[in-house]
Design a protein around this ligand. Sequence first.
Ligand code: 26Q
Length: 833
Amino acid sequence: MNDTAEPETAEPDNALHQTRTGLDRDHLKRAFLDNLFYLQGRFLEVATTNDLYQAAAYTVRDRMLERWIKTAQTYKKTNARTVCYLSAEFLLGPHLVNNLVNLGILEAACEAGAELGLDFDAIVEAEEEPGLGNGGLGRLAACYMDSLATLQIPAIGYGIRYEFGIFDQVIVDGWQTERGDTWLRTGNPWEIPRPKLAFPVGFGGHTEHYTDTQGALRTRWVPSLVVNGVAYDTPIMGYGVGNVNLLRLWKSEAPESFDFQAFNVGDYYGAVHEKMEAETISKVLYPNDEPVAGKELRLKQQYFFVSCSLQDMLRLQLGIAWDLDSFHEKFAIQLNDTHPSLAVAELMRLLMDEQLMDWDQAWHITTNACHFTNHTLLPEALETWSVELFERLLPRHLEIIYEINRRFLDQVRVHFFGDEARVARMSLIDEGGGRRVRMANLAAVGSKAINGVAALHTELLKNTVMRDFYEMWPEKFHNVTNGVTPRRFVAVSNPRLAALITETCGDDRWLSDLTCLKQLEEQAEDHALQTAWREVKTAAKQDLANWLGKHAGFTPDPETLFDVQAKRIHEYKRQHLNLLHIVWLYEQIKQSPNVELTPRTFIFGGKAAPGYFMAKLIIKLVNAIGEVVNNDPQVNGWLRVLFMPDFNVKNGQRLYPAADLSEQISMAGKEASGTGNMKFSMNGALTIGTLDGANVEIRDEVGHDNFFLFGMTAPEAQQRQAEGYRPWEVYHGNHALKSAVDLIASGLFSHGDTELFRPLTDNLIHSDPFMVLADFQSYVDCQHEVDRAYRAPHHWHRMSILNTARMGKFSSDRSIQDYVDKIWHAAPLPIDL
Ligand code: 26Q
């Protein structure tokens, strides 16, 4: 945070200063009008909604910057241990209301807006969210930034300033289509460009060996292309504290020097080409679940942001200390999955080649600075890159990786004497079928700590993908169960519920200590609270219904049970299990119109990776079933199916408060943690779920009676697969299941086309890798229990209150405290205002 670009501390005239930073309604009004006038050259009568939004954003930002400067000065003075969270994704969501909440001025801002005659909600709606992430992993990074600041831990988030974030999803004829995300189109008032804070990043070329003046053998990398990484800073405000941390995202640019040089030698097109190539690096976020083959740019992105970030840390360290010996004491680097694992090789290179350190010291520093979080158990999602690509793009890093590997495998051979199979498995290089660098192994070897993201996930990690590493270094392994920020996911997204909780608990301490929600338990049986609770839920459902009416075709009835599955579309998450249940319900109503059911609205949301055919077909199937069901008057009182387009942070904030039932139905052992599960439950939804990821811990916390459990456990699923799972036997052995699958295959939902959904139904019957059919009956039975429970409102609301009351553990504040205690050993540094 001790930045060369640090603004000066002026001591301005107090009244003027108040206009710039005062928190009361009148100062907010004055500042807002000033910003509209002086920053944008507009006045109220002619301002567009976007002008108003920008003025509001600058007004809030001014107030954050004052705190940011104080924070930066304090952090610098105390030379505090700093957490550096390296992540290729930060899925921040809209800033405005979140920052108002964290500053504690939401009410004052609403009043100021009202007095100026402004439509506050319309201004809030005008904000384009920065979608710089795919889903869970990126949103987790954003929640952790919020909690780091709230817990007053000095921290910098490092990532990429993608020009195009995750695509916008538009549904055309039931199919997902992708639109480019142009979030920067109208400007980004939250970021501060630092054009002078830039670092060179090399690619390609070759290495040279030489003897330095001390007689030591050294290596010099001569890249063939150098790009510049320029810093863009976004302040991250803690809740109820003076601390403002920094999110520093890198944008790639061509170094000015070389296009001018090329112009002079006459290679105009060559210069333009290289400029474009440089600027391409931070252009676009890659979707996950895409085949990575040939995605050279993705590796470039990873190296680009890792190198900029490490160079920035070295700059900060050298600005305070004369040497880098204590680098690992000053910085705790957290690698968010394997995407930044090149940090291990790059830190070694910077320390040895540029700072002339010897191997042993550089390795000591590196392996004490880095820590690694794993987010997946799916073997196909474990990142590897071909040696050939490395050689071409990062020749020096490949040399370093080979040397790390040589030394590491010597250790393995001593530790596991005579076990060459294990040596091959643990090697940083996969020698089978085209040599590849294993990024998880690189991260594991180069890190002091390795953690999974939920208790079950960590256990499975230790027993499966990371077993060899666990057996070698059991002390390196930790669990840190994920969490989410209650500021955004309750206070911002569900203000009615927040107000009710505050009223019931007597104060709003729960927002910085979520375990305070426990107080609600005492009143879970209380009819007055239950009534108020129901009213809050119904109002949220009405809000969502109105929104869906405008954006998704029709307005669902808030009296029905809102059954929601919102998350990335993936076969392992089993949206199609949900669909089979819906089709089965549909058949039941058609065949016996008097069947006793609870009227439900099924709502789906989520993006499919653009190249993931099966996921896109699942979206088509949701919409196809919706088209038939919603237009069938015979079932309309009972059943509606809706797809909410463009599920992102903003739309998530509309969904979580309105859900009665949260679908967390992944195949056991596949979902590392899940975080949507926590957001729903915090907002009083009950969960129907498998024993997967953090569901296990959620169920333990909320009480087994307040959670709808179904399906195989992870060991059961594993065993069944080992024995030879035959889905067609399940299909033929279960009448309800067979008729649901058959109805989809019959063409009823595809205007008679029996081919359209065949890839899906065939896959289920003949392969079913995620055991949808095996869990079908258990799921249907469990849904029957949900139906009955919903028909007993007092019982339901009691369970709902208890869900919220017992979610204290799943605040990201607790997760960050766990990281601090177990892994980073950092200390809070409060900022007094
Ligand atoms: C990798 C290489 C090339 C291109 C893309 C990727 C890539 C990008 C993003 C691979 C994976 C991701 C994202 C993974 C993710 O979101 N995982 C989720 O992380 C959450 C936070 O820990 C968990 O709650 C979820 O269970 C897990 O699926």
